[in-house]
Design a protein around this ligand. Sequence first.
Ligand SMILES: C[S@@+](CC[C@H](N)C(=O)[O-])C[C@H]1O[C@@H](n2cnc3c(N)ncnc32)[C@H](O)[C@@H]1O
Length: 189
Amino acid sequence: MMNNYYQTQESVQEYIRLAKDVNGRSLIEKLSNVLPLNSKILEIGSGPGLDWRILNESYQITGSDNSDQFLKHLKAENPTGEFLDLDAKTLKTNQKFDGIYSNKVLHHLKDDALSESINRQHAILNSKGIICHSFWKGEGSEIFKGLFVNYHTKVALEQLFRPHFEILLLETYKEFEEGDSFLLIGKKK
Ligand SMILES: C[S@@+](CC[C@H](N)C(=O)[O-])C[C@H]1O[C@@H](n2cnc3c(N)ncnc32)[C@H](O)[C@@H]1O
């Protein structure tokens, strides 16, 4: 997969600057309706760490990313935080979690890699564990700034997640334009 944009120091610094006001507080509020405070949660693709900081207010949070540059940034900014070098597809960890969160990360996976990720998420969640992920709404895929971007419909997301998760919430929201994104919250079957 081409994803140099998230790997070089220059582009990572650019992304951190551009994304400084984009965070998932409203998504995390919805998550907190179903995942008790203080639960142990894994964030996939913590990137600049904006959502990590919000999650850290209420949960025992472990951050992660597959980019060395973002991991370096996350550790420097949050010296007491725990951060793992994890790929969203394989999630190679022996730890177990009560919840798994990502905000605009899993759209970088092709459908078969997303299926593998969903299997691994199921495996590393405790019984009745909760997932909370956002996606871009649409069809097909494209390469944007050298990054693979996969778009999803409601039906496609249901088909991917339903075998392993009871879908508690699947609704559109506005990231930049009305209805351009989906929030999915599910419970481990
Ligand atoms: C849009 S940013 C996430 C921003 C984050 N939610 C925040 O609050 O700042 C996407 C992140 O996903 C990471 N990423 C992309 N593909 C990944 C993969 N296959 N495994 C793990 N992380 C990945 C990138 O390195 C980047 O840090």
